[in-house]
Ligand binder design. Structure first.
Ligand code: FAD
Ligand code: A2P
Length: 278
């Protein structure tokens, strides 16, 4: 069957089903960031924190696909994505113009290392993200399983400017007032989630790179945490290659070892994007 999706001229060519999903909402956060939700294929099962390939039909009639972390939790009826807008990016120069009712391509084969099962049991789980690296944690922060497995969750997110933190800030506020999560987890679950947003190029309540705030101990002093230990602490890292490399060194300095799906240990890492020339 060659059913055709409706076409938003600003976006691209029609998508041929069955991999088409319909956009249900779009929110623009800054001129570089937006989020959107799409219908979820009934057959799609994923673990919170995983990524899939999504995209649009290219002008050459071939699918133009990129890796995207699913920002919504595994229980959600829809799928949410949090996206950069690269002005000359092959995909996002077009994707940023999607509107409700448009269709995107979604290959329903979720994969990734930022999953709870890739870590050994622990007491405190740290999420370390820069920019859109927040996306997999937007999923995990909304998953009751995260709160069942850990006594405390610390979300460290760093961006250049205050406005770039808005999606994450709003999300954390929503989680803390979410009645369904409260019912599932019991009152007080919200106190388990500590949020530590920082900026590096605009003044805000907390400043500085995640790496510097860990090395100086500032984040521990601010949150009243003794430090990071391989016995109790687990970490997940998602940012640029440079950030991930620096974070590995810091976490290994605390005695944590890198794990994987097949070999769970104390921390896991995934790239938020593949940079120029990398
Ligand atoms: P591309 O040709 O893909 O990229 C052009 C350049 O833009 C890159 O070389 C890089 O310098 C820069 N760039 C690309 N993506 C980003 C980004 N996210 N943040 C900052 N700079 C960037 N992107 C998301 O927006 N949200 C996600 O949830 C997401 N998850 C990903 C998960 C994985 C495992 C990987 C490998 C990548 C992920 N990406 C994500 C990046 C995404 O795959 C694309 O690179 C992005 O959508 C831009 O596509 P493009 O075709 O417009 O430009
Ligand atoms: P900085 O402003 O000091 O470069 P970008 O927008 O370039 O992707 O960066 C997102 C955030 O990640 C910025 O706040 C940036 O800080 C920070 N950052 C970039 N590289 C590193 C790194 N190697 N270690 C820690 N933070 C980093």
């Amino acid at each position: 069957m060659t059913e055709q999706a409706p076409v938003n001229e600003a976006v691209a060519k029609p998508v041929t089903l069955p991999d088409a999903q319909t956009v249900t909402s779009v929110q623009h956060w800054t001129d570089r960031l937006f989020s959107f939700r799409v219908t979820r294929p009934q057959s799609l099962r994923f673990r919170s924190g995983e990524f899939v390939m999504i995209g649009l039909m290219g002008d050459n009639g071939k699918p133009l696909l990129r890796a995207y972390s699913i920002a919504s939790p595994a229980w959600d009826d829809e799928l949410e994505f949090y996206s950069i807008k690269v002005q000359d990016g092959p995909l996002t120069s077009k994707l940023q113009h999607i509107q409700p009712g448009d269709q995107i391509i979604l290959r329903p084969k979720p994969v990734g290392t930022l999953v709870l099962d890739a870590l050994l049991p622990g007491k405190r789980l740290w999420f370390f993200a820069t920019g859109t690296g927040l996306a997999p944690f937007a999923s995990l922060m909304r998953d009751p399983d995260t709160y069942e497995r850990y006594d405390q969750i610390v979300m460290m997110h760093t961006c250049r400017d205050v406005a770039e933190l808005d999606y994450g800030r709003q999300l954390v506020e929503d989680i803390k007032s979410d009645e369904m999560l409260s019912e599932l987890m019991g009152d007080g679950f919200a106190d388990k989630l500590l949020y530590y947003p920082t900026t590096t190029r605009e003044d805000s309540a907390n400043m500085g790179r995640i790496t510097d705030n860990l090395s100086s101990g500032k984040v521990f002093a601010d949150l009243g945490i003794a430090g990071i230990s391989p016995e109790h602490d687990r970490g997940m890292v998602c940012g640029s290659l440079a950030f991930n490399t620096d974070m590995k060194e810091i976490l290994e300095g605390f005695g944590l070892e890198e794990g994987a799906n097949s070999d769970p240990k104390q921390y896991v890492v995934e790239k938020a994007f593949v940079g120029d020339g990398v």
